[in-house]
Design a protein. Sequence first.
Lengths: 216, 216
Amino acid sequence: MTEENYDIQEYLEDYTESSPDKEIRIINAAINIFSEKGFEATRTREIAERAGIAEGTIFRYFPSKDAILERMVPLLIRVMLPRFAGPIERIIKNHAADSVENILFEIITDRLHMIRDNERFIKSVVPELIHRAPLMQQMEANVLPVIEQFVGKVIEYGKSRNELDQGLDAHLVMIQLLGFILSYAMFGQKDPKHLEKDVRAYLSYTMKGWNNSCKP
Amino acid sequence: MTEENYDIQEYLEDYTESSPDKEIRIINAAINIFSEKGFEATRTREIAERAGIAEGTIFRYFPSKDAILERMVPLLIRVMLPRFAGPIERIIKNHAADSVENILFEIITDRLHMIRDNERFIKSVVPELIHRAPLMQQMEANVLPVIEQFVGKVIEYGKSRNELDQGLDAHLVMIQLLGFILSYAMFGQKDPKHLEKDVRAYLSYTMKGWNNSCKP
DNA sequence: AAGCAAAATGAGTGACCACTCACTCATTAT
DNA sequence: ATAATGAGTGAGTGGTCACTCATTTTGCTT
């Protein structure tokens, strides 16, 4: 039935040490069941069974079932935020710098792999956010500005290198990039060997459109 | 608290006549509460109150609470599918035909308005699909092929008019268009007066990229 | 007006489930 | 050796809620 378990620790190396073992066991168990049946349909008894502990123990670590979900949100935020360090560093020191196309390629493929690897975690949390305004806000407030800032930097960089049209709007570009990532994750080829080819194809057309050097 | 009620009848004119009045009242009440609190947190008593009927009456029209949701899916499918008739007719008889850019502009703005107008309906149903594989399949199987077919037709048409690159892949184009629509609906300007301007801007860049007449 | 069937009603019910708490017992401190 | 500690436990509980059904209301026919 359940081929293999998702384990959050693989994606949050430093988290393991800073929190008690049982808390992670509970969260991992919860993620795996939530992703299959959803939050409401999951019984605390099942979570306990899957975590290999007694039901009562859950409530020593979490005041309520809801609190398990609430605890997941900051963890998911950390998983979702791209490791911008590499590409941004390259942008800042212009010498030996990459093309905008390559920077975007790196970011997009990296985030698509993140979505594939963390599908269960995302499926556990995201659907529940829709009817929980405070959690949704927490998510958006932490994720969107970081992405927008990064996209802004890339665009500035691209304009200075004359790779991007001067009139390009950062917000609209972010929407476009997010849209492609979301849409490809949902409707794209599931076979990962197509992924890099598809992203290259997408970028080759998109960059041509964004580039101002061509006036037909 | 609740400013105004969503009413499904406005978007499904012919549906009203073919089904009993109380069924629509129940579905409309359910949509309005589901969209605020989610399916699980909604009590059948509340649905009855909002519909102005007794709780027991619900179960004369629906065998279970779940059945209300299941009944919504085919309705949402009909709301989501674009009125392709106009643009496709214009494509088929080539004379006096529009540009691909204008056809896409029409479709994208129309679907964005649909999402805005039916936000409550979408928020009621979509989150619940994620953990209900049969309903999700029903949705995907009915919606995606129609969109893909339409996009295929537009691309063919665009290639024949030399407005689109011959190498353009229909599936990837569909993903791009769906991605923009989804992403703009989620993260775009909420003020509707920006909508048409933003779609024009998006298309002006995107079409330039998809157009093969320009080799920098 | 009387009779009748279908529709509507809402109090009642049984199953369910998050959470509690009195107790256990391994580990540590004295 | 004995005591103190507190993490762990799981049967029990109280409240909830989808659904039922005996009764009432409605609306139609004669």
